[in-house]
Design a protein around this ligand. Structure first.
Ligand SMILES: [Zn+2]
Length: 302
């Protein structure tokens, strides 16, 4: 009871809070069929949330990170030598094949990057991307992935552990800095390495984590521009890839400002208004008609 009450509190304080501490189940119930799936007012998350397999189409990210879908998604296998997928019941270990192969290559490099045995991978996308019934405004085009800030253990986690294990909160309770009891140079090394990868467009971390990275970066500060402060992201960091070359319907974001982002921009995140944002009016959920038109084809494909 206390745990769920705390969770509700945390989620209400942090609009884009990590779901890493949300426990999953070994026995996910299939969603009941929709009474009127063709009704144009049906939220797109209800439609995409019911697709359990990818669309058998050429791989393509369609639309923008928070308004789109993915065709021909690939599955990140739940186990590799140097990664394990968490919260399997969510079926969100799908992404554009470019992202999935990037994650595999990144995971292979992790032991040499920071000495961890590997990565624990959280949500990527649904099999056809699109909006989700819970969590995440983005993660819609198969180019976003959450990676836990907890190292992979050197043993294979059980299915139960993958649902129930909690990630570690890296941020101090006043949210002004990292918690030195859990934050390590290995975290900095990992995020720095990912930020230096050309195909990575942005990384999202909690502002307290950005503050630590700014302090620990040393002389080469060029990689810091891609590391963007965001609410939540205190249990995991979020990797966002640029649109794969040739995906004509995929919209990149404007590149982040070129400076290291450690000055006034970061300081603004620690103002009372930013630390305690007033909950905005919930936006009406996206409908299929509000997604790029190709997403209808992705939704309905075999
Ligand atoms: Zn994310």
């Amino acid at each position: 009871m206390l745990r769920s009450a705390l969770l509700v509190l945390t989620l209400s304080l942090l609009p884009l809070a990590s779901q890493a501490q949300t426990v999953g189940t070994l026995d996910p119930k299939p969603l009941p069929p929709l009474a009127n799936p063709t009704d144009p007012s049906v939220p797109a998350k209800e439609l995409f949330g019911r697709r359990t397999r990818p669309a058998a189409l050429e791989p393509e990210s369609i639309g923008s990170y928070a308004r789109g879908c993915v065709a021909g998604a690939a599955m990140l296998p739940i186990d590799g030598e140097t990664w394990q997928v968490m919260r399997l019941s969510r079926n969100r270990n799908w992404g554009h094949p470019h992202l999935v192969s990037y994650l595999q290559r990144l995971a292979q490099r992790v032991p040499e990057i920071n000495g961890w045995p590997g990565l624990l991978v959280g949500d990527i996308s649904q099999p056809r991307g699109g909006p989700m019934l819970t969590g995440h405004a983005s993660h819609q085009v198969g180019l976003d992935a959450d990676v836990w800030l907890t190292p992979m253990p050197s043993r294979t986690l059980s299915r139960v552990e993958r649902e129930e294990l909690s990630a570690t909160n890296m941020v101090r309770s006043d949210r002004l800095d990292i918690d030195p009891a859990v934050w390590t140079p290995q975290h900095t090394a990992l995020i720095r390495a990912v930020a230096r990868d050309r195909e990575v467009a942005r990384i999202f971390v909690n502002p307290a984590i950005k503050r630590a990275l700014c302090r620990e970066a040393g002389d080469d500060r060029s990689w810091l521009s891609k590391v963007r402060p965001m609410w939540g992201h205190n249990y995991h960091f979020h990797i966002r890839m640029a649109c794969p070359r040739g995906d004509a319907s995929c919209s990149n974001q404007a590149p982040p400002p070129r400076d290291d982002g450690c000055g006034a921009e970061l300081a603004n995140w620690f103002t009372p208004q930013m630390l305690n944002p007033k909950p905005g009016k919930p936006r009406p959920p996206l409908t299929l008609a509000q997604l790029p038109s190709e997403c209808r084809r992705v939704l309905l494909a075999e």
